[in-house]
Design a protein around this ligand. Structure first.
Ligand SMILES: Cc1cc2nc3c(=O)[nH]c(=O)nc-3n(C[C@H](O)[C@H](O)[C@H](O)COP(=O)(O)OP(=O)(O)OC[C@H]3O[C@@H](n4cnc5c(N)ncnc54)[C@H](O)[C@@H]3O)c2cc1C
Length: 389
């Protein structure tokens, strides 16, 4: 029986492991964390809407349900020539390799003075601790922003949505504490029109959100670095802040650098629309690790990672059985996001044909919370094996 090695235990890796098990293959999943971190709901950790544990799904539970092996270890390198992966504690060989390591962030001068909601999961807790310290002091200046990666020409590795959601949620949280007049909330980004990827409709409405949640904007100015109390801009101006949250632009995972696999300029694995790595029929790259093909507005998202995992599992299987059939993830690409504000939400979607934005009152917030429960439960449901396997 073919052995599939899946490296990475996030959205893409877990979905691939489940779908490959569904087809009856032997699957080993390697992750440096013993849980899947549900990033989309982690925006509520700093404002105490959920606990850290609520935002995690233990890999052991998934292993028990779906029957794949789990190894908790960091991947050090990929030896594609000898079909093996070197781990911190040993090595693993494979017939098929699924790369699902997520992405890393562009390094910025003074980044150690900032926290990120899109980095190490524990940082979500640190943001909450700092926020609460300011609340205890009765006042504060908070700046939240994001940047890009000039080498990522399509901008698909810009992660802007969580910055907006975090700011809106912080505003709601501070208002509930009766301190709205004592806090200054700022948004910063180097792009002239941050958020435009979501579509004209959503972008056009962002200004209303900023006004409603009392957020000042500092956009269109290159960020040159950070001090413990300032965001520094290219024109010499500074934004004084007691708490800086910065989501840097994404770049390919460092493990991929010496893998010999084809990489984009930004370091993402180059694949065919089937998710197969160019020139390596037995290797698939899925989720944030892969260079995103398709329209310029496409964005690396959790549900996109899952679509890629599903498509890759299908294509690997068809290759093994020699059916000649293939699927592509590109025509399935879309942007779907429920942009939460703690007291409501906006449903945003974009396809090649249509852009939608629907303002939702408090029900929108509870819908997104409900999605978190659904996500966990759906992953722990046993999917019947495909007959004839
Ligand atoms: C705050 C936030 C909010 C978001 N909100 C949304 C949303 O509302 N909707 C949406 O669709 N998307 C959202 N996203 C994007 C979505 O979370 C990502 O696109 C998705 O997590 C990508 O899945 P992935 O499996 O490719 O990467 P990840 O989820 O990052 O998983 C990568 C995995 O690889 C593991 N790993 C990394 N390095 C190593 C190593 N060396 N060795 C072993 N294992 C390793 C990690 O531990 C992790 O398990 C959000 C992201 C963030 C950060």
């Amino acid at each position: 029986m073919k052995h599939f090695l899946v490296i990475g235990g996030g959205f893409a890796g877990v979905e691939a492991a489940i779908k490959l098990r569904k087809r009856g293959y032997k699957v080993t999943l390697v992750s440096d964390r013993d849980y899947l971190f549900i990033y989309p709901i982690s925006i509520w950790i700093p404002v105490k809407g959920i606990s850290f544990d609520d935002s995690t799904l233990p890999l052991a539970k998934l292993q028990k349900k779906h029957g794949f092996d789990v190894i908790i270890s960091a991947v050090k390198s990929i030896d594609s020539e000898n079909k093996k992966v070197i781990l911190e504690n040993g090595e693993q060989s494979y017939d098929y390799l699924f790369i699902a390591l997520g992405m890393e962030k562009v390094q910025m001068k003074g980044a150690e003075n900032t926290l990120s909601i899109c980095g190490k999961p524990e940082q979500a807790v640190s943001i909450g601790d700092k926020l609460d310290k300011l609340i205890r002091n009765g006042k504060g200046k908070i700046s939240v922003g994001f940047g890009g990666n000039p080498k990522d020409t399509k901008g698909s590795a810009v992660r802007g949505g969580p910055a907006f959601e975090l700011l809106f949620n912080m505003s709601t949280y501070i208002k509930k504490k009766g301190l709205a007049d004592k806090f200054e909330l700022n948004f910063f980004a180097p792009m002239a029109e941050p958020g435009k990827k979501m579509g004209e409709k959503a972008f056009g409405n962002l200004g209303k959100f900023f006004k409603h949640y009392r957020i000042k904007q500092y956009v269109g100015k290159k960020i040159t670095g950070f001090t413990p109390i300032e965001v520094l801009f290219e024109d010499g101006s500074k934004l004084k802040s007691d708490l800086i949250v910065y989501i840097a632009g994404g770049q390919g995972h460092s493990v991929l650098k010496d893998s010999g696999l084809p990489l984009s300029e930004a370091g993402f694995v180059k694949t065919l629309p089937t998710c197969q790595v160019e020139g390596h029929p037995e290797i698939f790259a899925i989720g944030d690790s892969a260079e995103l093909l398709g329209p310029k507005w496409a964005a690396k998202q959790g549900h996109v990672a899952e679509i890629m995992a599903d498509v890759a599992a299908y294509n690997a299987h068809q290759q093994i059985v020699g059916s000649g059939k293939t699927k592509s993830y590109v025509e399935k690409l879309n942007i779907i996001c429920v942009m939460d504000s703690g007291d409501g939400a906006a449903y945003v979607s974009r396809t090649t044909k249509k852009e939608t934005m629907i303002m939702l009152p408090i029900i929108g917030h509870w819908l997104k919370k409900g999605w978190g429960f659904y996500f966990k439960n759906s992953k722990l449901k046993l999917i019947p094996r495909i007959p004839g396997m």
